[in-house]
Design a binder for this molecule. Structure first.
Ligand SMILES: [Zn+2]
Length: 289
């Protein structure tokens, strides 16, 4: 194995980092330095080898997807053993971006308490930059434009770039700004409903009526992007007659033009959905366009 060379230090020799675009430029630099073009799929192992880093190790990480620890003076990337290979690849890309943040003014301590020049937005910037590392704009954008904005296009590109469908859906949403939202739905209660829940072991007190928990609904667990300036609030529920709910109930993909309940308005849009299993639980991925 070659001696470790810090990729972030090398990049900062003749670049400065003040914006997301600069972090994106760092990911282009990582590929170029490692002899990789923007053609898919990106072999991240070339980058690890180029800089003489330890091979990433997969171990069970209960609360996170990836982390980096110093080992004999060289960063050791650790990824969650329970994640699928495509997710692990994204975690490695994310950790490679974190190496840059370690070198920036302010730095990020392992306890994450100290802010850097980007403040609290660091995680989101790492995710976006990791997206560009694995799905370079140079090659992804023309492909996304050619095959068009759709769920199926994201599935095709996930396969071409060997990334997870969720990663490809995010990247697709980036290529079509203000035209699409990617949503992850989960059957659950609103946090406020759970707060009102009274434990079943509660002793009945005269005059006090325990609140029964209403039925869980299919709610927004996570979302990305906006549709014509409309955002989707987390925990927003979708009615049972929606194609999203039907996808969940039948465990089958579904699609349709329907009224989508956004934060303050109901807007008619086309929505495509597909059920997926995450840790044994059924969720639904949707693309609103
Ligand atoms: Zn991170």
């Amino acid at each position: 194995m070659a001696d470790y060379e810090n990729p972030a230090k090398l990049f900062l020799e003749d670049h400065s980092v003040e914006s997301l675009a600069d972090v994106i430029a760092y990911t282009d630099f990582l590929r170029k330095e490692s002899g990789l073009s923007s053609d898919p799929p990106i072999n991240i192992k070339n980058i690890i080898d180029r800089f003489g880093m330890h091979a990433p190790q997969a171990i069970p990480l209960p609360q996170q997807q990836g982390t980096t620890i110093p080992f004999l003076g060289t960063p050791q990337i650790i990824i969650h053993a329970g994640d699928p290979a495509s997710r692990q690849k994204y975690s490695i890309a994310h950790e490679l971006v974190e190496l840059l943040f370690l070198e920036l003014p302010g730095g990020i301590r392992p306890d994450r308490l100290k802010e850097n020049i980007f403040g609290i937005k660091k995680e989101r910037i790492c995710q976006k930059a990791a997206g560009n590392l694995l799905m370079p704009r140079d090659s992804f954008y023309p492909r996304a434009m050619q095959i068009g904005l759709s769920f199926q296009s994201a599935e095709i590109l996930a396969d071409v770039y060997k990334v997870s469908l969720m990663a490809a859906l995010c990247r697709m949403t980036d290529m079509y700004p203000k035209q699409s939202i990617f949503i992850l739905w989960q059957l659950r209660h609103k946090p406020t409903e759970l707060k009102k829940k009274v434990p079943e072991t509660q002793i009945e007190i005269p005059g006090f009526h325990p609140t029964n928990l209403p039925e869980p609904k299919l709610r927004v667990a996570w979302r990305y992007g906006d549709y014509k300036g409309q955002f989707m609030p987390v925990d927003k529920s979708i009615p049972k007659d929606s194609s999203v709910y039907i996808a969940w109930e039948n465990n089958q993909p579904s699609s349709g033009a329907e009224i989508i309940p956004f934060g303050s308005y109901n807007v008619k849009a086309f929505i495509e959905s597909k059920p997926i299993l995450i840790n044994g639980e059924r969720y639904v991925l949707s693309l609103v366009r």
